[in-house]
Ligand binder design. Structure first.
Ligand code: ATP
Ligand code: MG
Length: 308
């Protein structure tokens, strides 16, 4: 078993570090391969909390791995960056012990500087915009929608920029997205994002979970000219997920993601403040939500999954 400790900082000294994201640290395995190490760090409103969520790194890693396998089956022609959750042989045994279950080897690719956001429900910032202007991402939606209603006509693609650390992502038009990534790829990214989202929604709904919205990232395989699904996918960090049996439009939903933490931050006037020490019970409750969605989606508890 891997260490059950909550880990917010770690260093794999046996591999060169490429970069440190808000939640994950990236290392070079070889010319074509990266190692993603997911810590237990949690970010909300674009800033990272001081302490971490128990088991989060393993949960996100295993859930993404699960989705990569499911989506590759459900979406014909889909390419993903996923290789394996095995720790590379070059990692020292003592370090391997620590990162086992929270690491994933992926193909190193050129990531498009775009957040491919898909929204199936009118919630969060989309609900705010709709309430104020009757639009979502600048596009008018029919009047009379309630908070958390499904988007009439099905999920919509609402891209944003990928802001550097410390800055906020900005909504952009599809025209602007095309300027950033090129016309040819913009269309393929949009099309893939919507197809992957619908496939994921369908799979989750059969397991009692509504995926309300999500953020995907895509990259270019320069050798084959393929647009490839990368980063984490359909996790509680990147998506809003709601229990179907408790779904009721007209109000905010109880959710399986970091909404619980976000609410606690807002209520305590800590929204957007970096390095907040989050109370143990809030972290525990967040961990429980991540675990519950994991169990429902994969049909196994995290412990069962890790035992193989
Ligand atoms: P957040 O997701 O909270 O906004 P972040 O994006 O700054 O944080 P992480 O998610 O912690 O960072 O780290 C993952 C980083 O790795 C992202 O910058 C992502 O674009 C990049 N990435 C994902 N997949 C690949 C890949 N296959 N090749 C190269 N880089 C990748
Ligand atoms: Mg990220």
């Amino acid at each position: 078993m891997s260490s059950n400790q909550v880990i917010t900082q770690l260093s794999v000294l046996s591999l060169p570090k490429v970069t440190e994201g808000k939640v994950r640290d990236l290392y070079t395995v070889d010319e074509n391969t990266l190692l993603f190490v997911t810590t237990d760090r949690i970010s909300a409103y674009d800033v990272v909390m001081r302490n971490g969520v128990p088991d989060k790194g393993a949960l996100l890693t295993q859930q993404s791995a699960h989705w990569f396998r499911i989506l590759a089956e459900k979406v014909p022609g889909l390419k993903t960056h996923f290789l394996t959750t095995d720790v590379p042989a070059a990692v020292r045994a003592d370090e391997a012990e620590i990162i086992r279950h929270r690491s994933m080897q992926v193909r190193k690719l050129r990531v498009f500087p775009l957040e491919a956001i898909v929204r199936g429900y009118v919630t969060g910032s989309a609900w705010k915009e709709y309430k104020a202007h009757g639009t979502v991402h600048g596009t008018p939606l029919p009047p009379g929608l309630r908070e958390c209603d499904a988007v009439p006509g099905g999920p919509i693609y609402t891209p944003s920029t990928k802001a550097p650390l410390g800055q906020h992502d900005e909504n952009i038009s599809k025209e602007r997205a095309a300027e950033i990534v090129g016309e040819k790829y913009a269309k393929r990214i949009e099309d893939l994002a919507l197809r992957v989202f619908r496939a994921g929604q369908e799979h989750a709904l059969e397991r009692g979970i509504i995926i309300a919205d999500t953020k995907f990232e895509f990259a270019l395989d320069e050798e084959t000219d393929d647009v490839v699904l990368v980063d984490e996918v359909l996790t509680s960090d990147s998506s809003r997920m709601w229990p179907k049996d408790k779904y009721e439009p007209g109000r905010d939903q109880e959710s399986f993601d970091k909404q619980f933490l976000r609410n606690w931050l807002t209520e305590n006037g800590l929204k957007g403040k970096a390095g907040v020490e989050v109370p143990e019970d809030v972290l525990r409750a967040t961990s429980d939500r991540y675990k519950e969605v994991f169990r429902r989606l994969t049909g196994k508890t995290l412990e069962e999954t890790l035992q193989g």
